[in-house]
Design a protein around this ligand. Structure first.
Ligand SMILES: Cc1ncc(COP(=O)(O)O)c(C=O)c1O
Length: 363
């Protein structure tokens, strides 16, 4: 077998090795099924048990209160950019307030504008999305339909590491930092996250919604786009992405049983990010961070080197050291190290060692 690399991809991204091994072992014959998980009916008792177990694990890991429902949808987080305003903004008096602190927030507001009245709550495009707001920079309306934030901007590497308190339902795109720490779900109206960064493979998007908000969805919405249908039918209004839900459940099981829950995961994530940011800060002439220090993401570290030649040389050296997918997004350039939950400590240690060696050699 070829050697696995340390995979710093921004998504689809690294998965825990024990999860991949389990998938391999159960691929031909899921215990008790005589077939693979991809070959059985979503209405079979075996798959219903798999989906229910995944849901219950998310409820336990995130301590999701009983007033919330957990839905497994398709269409990625991009479809949520449309479903959120279709369900929660249509027919409401006040506008939706959107935080635009990165590329994904910008796309989210773009889709919401097609649905109704939208107001910009915060916009950091003037500084190329290098920061998140402080609490006093946010002026919430009391009549807003909802407030929409992106808790982690994957491309720019900026993140909220606190739960906001808003007077109207808080909707959070948590795609690239889902389950990286414990959160207070009761502060949110709706949380959505595509799985392919921190929680599983592409194909399933988790939506956690406060049940009273389901009343806002109009019956005139196309069936798939109405949260009520997914809620009433327990995410089986149509055929759910069975394989992706199975893997999501295994990742949640790994978080719960191997890692020991989200508080333990958070500690590891802080340590991993510190390892990379300390290496950056040891060589400020070589590594220029994109994010303002206080807004640095624990999930995606973004930095430039003094020239594109040095960036190319760094990426080439990284590849020789088994460090993969470190090239930054074209809108930011430079390097992006995505260190999601499943990135092992050894991966960031190898990266930090390379950063030291490279800076010493080239300065
Ligand atoms: C924060 C954030 N929101 C939304 C998306 C879009 O997700 P999807 O490709 O599943 O639609 C991404 C994906 O990269 C993301 O990082």
């Amino acid at each position: 077998m070829e050697k696995r690399l340390f995979n710093f991809s921004s998504g689809p991204a690294v998965l825990p090795v024990p999860v991949l091994e389990r998938i391999r072992d159960e691929m031909l014959c899921l215990p008790g099924c005589g077939a693979s998980v991809m070959e059985i009916s979503h209405r079979s008792k075996q798959f219903i048990a798999i989906q229910e177990a995944a849901k219950q694990r998310l409820i336990r890991l995130l301590n999701i209160p009983a007033e919330y429902d957990v839905l497994f949808t398709q269409g990625g987080s991009r479809l949520q950019f449309s479903m959120v305003p279709m369900n929660l903004l249509r027919g409401q008096k006040g506008p939706a307030q959107y935080m635009v602190a990165g590329t994904w927030g910008k796309y989210a507001i773009g889709e919401a504008k097609k649905e109704g009245s939208v107001e910009v709550l915060y916009d950091s495009s003037a500084t190329n999305f290098d920061r998140f707001p402080t609490d006093d920079e946010l002026k919430f309306r009391s009549d807003a339909a909802y407030v929409h934030i992106t808790s982690n901007e994957t491309i720019q590497g900026v993140q909220f590491q606190r739960d906001l308190v808003t007077p109207t339902p808080l909707v959070c795109d948590s795609s690239s930092d889902f389950m990286y720490r414990p959160i207070d779900v009761s502060k949110y109206g709706l949380i959505y996250a595509c799985a392919q960064k921190n929680a599983g493979p592409a194909g399933v998007t988790v939506v956690i919604i406060r049940k009273d908000l389901l009343q806002r969805s109009s019956d005139s919405l196309p069936g798939y786009l109405n949260y009520n249908n997914h809620s009433k039918e327990d995410s089986m209004w149509n055929t759910p992405p069975t394989f992706a839900i199975y893997v999501l459940g295994l990742v949640a099981e790994w978080l719960e049983n191997t890692i020991g829950g989200l508080a333990a995961m958070h500690k590891i994530n802080i340590e991993k990010a510190r390892t990379v940011y300390d290496a950056m800060d040891r060589h400020p002439a070589m590594y220029l961070g994109h994010a303002r220090k206080q807004d640095r993401s624990l999930m995606n570290a973004t930095f430039r080197l003094p020239s594109e030649e040095l960036e190319k040389a760094f990426l080439s050296q990284a590849q020789s050291n088994n460090l993969d997918s470190l090239k930054g997004h074209r809108s930011v350039g430079g390097i992006r190290a995505s260190m999601y939950n499943a990135m092992p400590m050894a991966g960031v240690e190898t990266l930090s060692q390379l950063m030291d060696e490279f800076a010493n050699k080239h300065s």
